[in-house]
Write a protein that binds this ligand. Structure first.
Ligand code: FES
Ligand SMILES: [Fe+2]
Length: 351
């Protein structure tokens, strides 16, 4: 009886926070460049530092560049020279300053555009960040976990990549074959909508024999316990545990970076505390790649005309999509980060 009352309370809580969330969402969106954007893994940056070369990157269509100065600080600026507009990525670094290849003008920390930081094995950039905290994939700094880093370019917009990450219906169709997808329904679907910037779902998912065989170090009986979370705007992570071996976890975290309207780079952190030796780690990496390639091939089939996509999408809903309403709300005002908008912002700031 007490259990039943508790259950009713939990359900009421879900409904209330759900409507609360709907109201808050529209107030939180700021341009993407005001959030932390993952622009690569630390080891790529380290290679550039060792070779004394700048590292170029783009956030949407904003061209940027970073290098390390003599105080061992990462400096970022536009990949465009303040003299006659040369790109700076083939420039040279001397005494921690970046020199333009065209006429040699010096760029220093005084020319900074945005802030650049290292965190959780990745490099992050933000312009005038709303929040100092950079999103973290769970079990960062936990020495019992091993981490593998992967990069995937997905032919899909950032919002639709995020929708995919909380889409419980696609595994049956997309992650078939050796993937984990099954036509047996998930159980215990619950939503966690009580935070204006974070949204999660949990569910138990049937375990196919192929998945049991791969996870040889985990005792999986029938189902895995899953929790998936999105942190607005670019982070998504999921945790899979065995219901009967609950201390063992695998986390797949994705830090997304939009490169074009319909092209999003996924910086993937794979983290687990079992199958942690070289062989186990390799198996986990290849299994993850296999699954991500299944998503990649679906993304290639997605409509590329954004007007048509907006016009046609979400006319029809499916089960297990209760959380999609607030999730889609997050992206109501989302705009692909364009250099045109960024120039307006820089002008306002007298940059
Ligand atoms: S264009 Fe860079 S120094 Fe002239
Ligand atoms: Fe998927």
């Amino acid at each position: 009886m007490i259990y039943k009352i508790l259950l009713i309370c939990v359900n009421i809580f879900h409904v209330n926070t759900f409507s609360l969330n709907m109201q808050i969402n529209n107030e939180i969106q700021k341009p993407l460049y005001r959030y932390w954007n993952c622009i690569g893994f630390e080891n790529i940056m380290d290679d550039h530092i060792i070779n004394n070369k700048p590292f170029k990157f783009e956030v949407g269509s904003i061209p940027l560049i970073t290098w390390q100065n003599d105080d061992k600080k990462l400096v970022s600026t536009l990949n465009a020279c303040k003299h006659m507009g040369s790109k700076l990525d083939s420039g040279s670094i001397c005494n921690g300053n970046l020199y333009c290849p065209y006429h040699g003008i010096k760029h220093t920390i005084e020319d900074s555009c945005g802030i650049i930081k290292k965190h959780d094995g990745k490099i992050w950039w933000s312009y005038n960040p709303i929040d100092n905290n950079i999103p973290t994939i769970p079990y960062f700094n936990d020495s019992t976990y091993v981490s593998t880093y992967l990069t995937f370019d997905m032919k899909e917009s950032l919002p639709f990549c995020i929708y995919n990450s909380l889409d419980l219906n696609h595994p049956e169709f997309v992650h078939n074959g050796l993937g984990f997808g099954s036509n047996i329904a998930p159980e215990n679907y619950k939503t966690y909508l009580n935070n204006p910037e974070k949204l999660g779902i949990s569910f138990d998912y049937i375990t196919k024999s192929s998945i049991k065989a791969i996870n040889y170090d985990m005792k999986i009986k029938d189902r895995t316990a899953n929790y998936n979370e999105v942190i607005y705007p670019s982070t998504s992570w999921s945790k899979v545990s065995s219901i009967n071996d609950i201390e063992k976890n695998i986390i797949i975290g994705v830090s997304m970076l939009p490169l074009k309207e319909n092209l999003t780079r996924w910086y993937i952190t794979l983290r687990h505390n079992y199958m942690s030796d070289i062989v186990g780690k390799e198996i986990m990496k290849h299994a993850t790649k296999y699954i991500l390639n299944q998503d990649k091939s679906q993304f290639e089939k997605q409509i590329k005309n954004n007007k048509l996509k907006e016009f046609i999408s979400w006319r029809q809903g499916l089960k297990y999509e209760y959380h999609m309403i607030p999730l889609r709300n997050y992206y109501n005002d989302y705009k692909f980060p364009s250099i045109d908008d960024f120039i307006i912002e820089l002008s306002k700031d007298n940059w």
